[in-house]
Write a protein that binds this ligand. Structure first.
Ligand SMILES: *Cc1c(COP(=O)(O)O)cnc(C)c1O
Length: 397
């Protein structure tokens, strides 16, 4: 079994903090400090423009894509890093729609993250011509798949409740009716085992600042199934996805393979931080991680249910049906979370009443879970949340 003591020692977590918010922003990999400072001083500072070639800046989006690939069950040459997840959703959707030219419907579910739905709305607004976004309840997705559906666009793990979709079954069902799939792995990558090759998924996108710990605003990634790559027309046809960017031709010719999903200049400093974050994953098995996660989350649920009876579990009770965070409901959830944060237990809140607690054995052990529940019990029992200052909503919840 992998020894997570080794990975735990690779993160900087402030004294006195129990960090249960890796589902929103992973903590700082210690090595990122020196690496980012080094890229600033030695590469940007000394190499200047020569860094694009000499320090490998230009190759970094593909190099990092190949390092993310094994974590999501994808082969080399199928993942490209860069830009934001929101942009990647648009890029995948627009490419996928063109593969099914005689259909007009994007099917998604009400558990999807709003930005994914907004981007679909924006895209079909541009396309006009009868395109439609159809949103059904998560449990109705399978039934809603029929031969009118062009694209099935889903987030595998629900950002609020942690409910997990069956990627293999839904992809197979989508393919059976001739639809193309776009999977959002924002809450899956680095959290649960994913097998993009085995499930035959067409497109997948995700971010790297959640369970992959790439840092605030870290670049996103896109996966395109290898045998589709050269059939995909990039709507975001930026110069770095061109077959010969430095030929500066007037007309766009897409590069071969996944390289055509590049758009513009990569964020070199963000990539440097992500690189050290991916070092943590060397030798880590996501299957083992999953096993430990289940132990931690089951412990959390059991302790919460005996010690904090006013809180309701909003995540599926069956660990096989959920991702790597646990959601608890309470009408005062926001204030309770502020009180927890004031006591050094950091999670987050999603309207209207969901508190989220992210668990990963990468840097958390059973002691952290127990400490978190000790504080939660005290916050509930002594009504520590019942203060005016904890009701004032910040811009980011
Ligand atoms: C976190 C998350 C996003 C965020 O997108 P950004 O472009 O990184 O702001 C999008 N979709 C899902 C499903 C998410 O969980």
């Amino acid at each position: 079994m992998t020894d997570f003591a080794k990975t735990r020692a690779m993160f900087d977590i402030p004294e006195g903090v129990t960090y249960l918010n890796g589902n929103s922003l992973g903590p700082l990999p210690s090595a990122a400090k020196a690496r980012v400072a080094g890229v600033v001083a030695d590469e940007w500072g000394e190499l200047l423009i020569r860094g694009w070639n000499k320090a490998g800046w230009m190759a970094q989006p593909a190099v990092l894509g190949d390092r993310i690939a094994p974590l999501i069950g994808a082969p080399k040459g199928s993942v490209m890093v860069g830009d934001t997840l929101t942009i990647r959703v648009y890029q995948a959707l627009s490419a996928a729609l063109e593969l099914v030219p005689d259909r007009r419907v994007i099917l998604s579910d009400s558990g999807n993250f709003p930005t994914d739905l907004y981007m679909a709305q924006g895209l079909i607004g541009t396309l006009g011509d009868g395109y439609e976004l159809r949103v059904v309840a998560p449990e109705e997705v399978s039934e809603a798949l029929d031969d009118s559906i062009a694209i099935l666009m889903l987030t595998e793990v629900d950002y609020a409740t942690s409910r997990l979709h069956d990627m293999a079954a839904l992809t197979a069902r989508a393919h059976a009716v001739g639809a193309v799939t776009v999977w959002d792995l924002a809450h899956s990558a680095g959290a649960i085992p994913i097998d993009l090759t085995g499930t035959n998924a067409d497109f997948a996108v995700g971010c790297t600042y959640k369970y992959l710990n790439g840092g605030p605003g870290a670049p996103a990634f896109i996966y395109v199934r290898p045998n589709l790559q050269n059939h995909v027309r990039p709507a975001l046809s930026g110069w770095l996805g061109h077959a010969a960017p430095f030929a500066f031709e007037q007309d766009y010719t897409p590069a071969e393979g996944i390289a055509r999903m590049r758009i513009g200049t990569p964020s070199v400093l963000g990539m440097a931080a992500l690189e050290t974050a991916l070092d943590v994953w060397e030798g880590v098995s996501v299957e083992t991680l999953r096993h430990h996660f289940i132990t931690l989350s089951e412990l959390f649920i059991a302790e919460v249910e005996t010690r904090c009876p006013d809180l309701t579990l909003a995540s599926p009770r069956d660990p096989a049906q959920r991702g790597a965070h646990i959601a608890l409901r309470h009408p005062q959830g926001y204030a309770i979370m502020q009180a927890l944060i004031a006591e050094g237990v950091i999670g987050d809140f999603r309207a209207p009443d969901v508190m989220r607690f992210g668990f990963t054995p990468l840097y958390l052990g059973e002691g952290d879970v127990k400490r978190a529940v000790d504080v939660l019990e005290r916050v509930m029992r002594d009504r520590l949340w019942d203060r005016e200052e904890f009701r004032v909503k910040a811009a980011v919840t």
